[in-house]
Design a protein around this ligand. Structure first.
Ligand code: C2E
Ligand code: CA
Ligand code: CA
Ligand code: CA
Length: 278
């Protein structure tokens, strides 16, 4: 019958996929990973220095491949970009992150969910329409979602990118410049791209206690961002001393192993709920 012959085809396809060269079959492998749950999102909480509470989380993609093992996201995002699968992956991330954001926001306090958007996608003509369709269908206020502009490659078309980001912001999405201070995510981005938030790259945060220079850079970045009306998030905080120093420098939010590693949704949710109750 139709069902069992469908299964037979699936088994055959899976078998063929296992033997095909990795790069050539990446498209199908990503689809398979999404279908069977090998691709999933981890959530890393963000701490708000002013409210002294967890105020949100960043969704970070994970891939535990059955034979290849754990594939690091920066590597596989780059592969997905090359394989033409980054769009599908991004919309999947948005849908998943919305489900998570709705569950956490149902607990009461406002909880901001961040997702990563590859620079490569920012200028695409159907991006805004698709984001609008998804949030409308899902019935979520875009204000609860932060889009981090993440660089794997540089912005392909800067004019289109600025146009799209302005439209997304008009819809209510919060925008964040990720990895600030590295690559092209520097003053030019700050000058050109509409944004609400800067994320100071881990590179600067990790040397904060030992390097006078990095302290000066971080401190000036915070002042600059505030002068431009931006919120500042420091990422990659691994110890209490760095956490406290950032608070004293006027940083708005914190993220890093010191607070929590990225966790499966259930773990993050239960931790957050326990903090609310205590
Ligand atoms: P990112 O957006 O800069 O994410 C922060 C990275 O730092 C994450 O690595 C996170 O696990 C790691 N991290 C957080 N706190 C600490 C800490 O205290 N110490 C150290 N050493 N590391 C910390 P991860 O999850 O491996 O992600 C790497 C990159 O992959 C991300 O960098 C982002 O550029 C990209 N990525 C992840 N998920 C997605 C996605 O859904 N879409 C896109 N386009 N890119 C993604
Ligand atoms: Ca990010
Ligand atoms: Ca970052
Ligand atoms: Ca990064």
């Amino acid at each position: 019958d139709a069902l069992s012959s469908g299964r037979a085809v699936e088994v055959f396809e899976a078998h063929r996929l296992a033997e095909a060269p990795w790069e050539l079959s990446l498209h199908a492998r990503i689809d398979e990973g999404l279908r069977n749950g090998d691709i999933w999102l981890a959530y890393q909480p963000q701490w708000d220095f002013h409210g002294e509470r967890i105020s949100g989380a960043e969704a970070l993609i994970r891939w535990n491949h059955p034979t290849r093992g754990f594939i690091p996201p920066d590597q596989f995002i780059l592969q997905a970009e090359r394989a033409g699968r980054i769009d599908a992956l991004t919309y999947w991330v948005l849908e998943e992150a919305i489900t998570a954001a709705q569950a956490v926001n149902a607990l009461g306090p406002r909880f901001q969910m961040s997702i990563n958007l590859s620079a490569q996608m920012v200028g695409k003509s159907d991006l805004v329409g698709n984001f609008r369709e998804i949030v409308t269908r899902r019935g979520i206020d875009p204000c609860l979602l932060t889009i981090e502009i993440t660089e794997t490659s540089s912005l392909v078309d800067r004019a289109e990118a600025v146009h799209n980001l302005s439209l997304l912001r008009e819809l209510g999405f919060r925008l964040s410049i990720d990895d600030f201070g590295t690559g092209e995510a520097s003053l030019a981005y700050l000058a050109d791209l509409p944004s609400d938030e800067l994320k100071i790259d881990r590179r600067f945060v990790s040397r904060l206690l030992t390097s006078e220079r990095d302290r000066a850079i971080v401190s000036s970045t915070i002042s600059l961002a505030h002068a431009l009306g931006q919120r500042v998030v420091a990422e990659g905080i691994e110890d209490q001393a760095t956490f406290r120093l950032l608070a004293s420098l006027g940083c708005d939010q914190a993220q890093g192993y010191y607070l929590s590693k990225p966790q499966p949704f259930d773990v993050m949710f239960l931790d957050y709920q326990a903090r609310l109750d205590s």
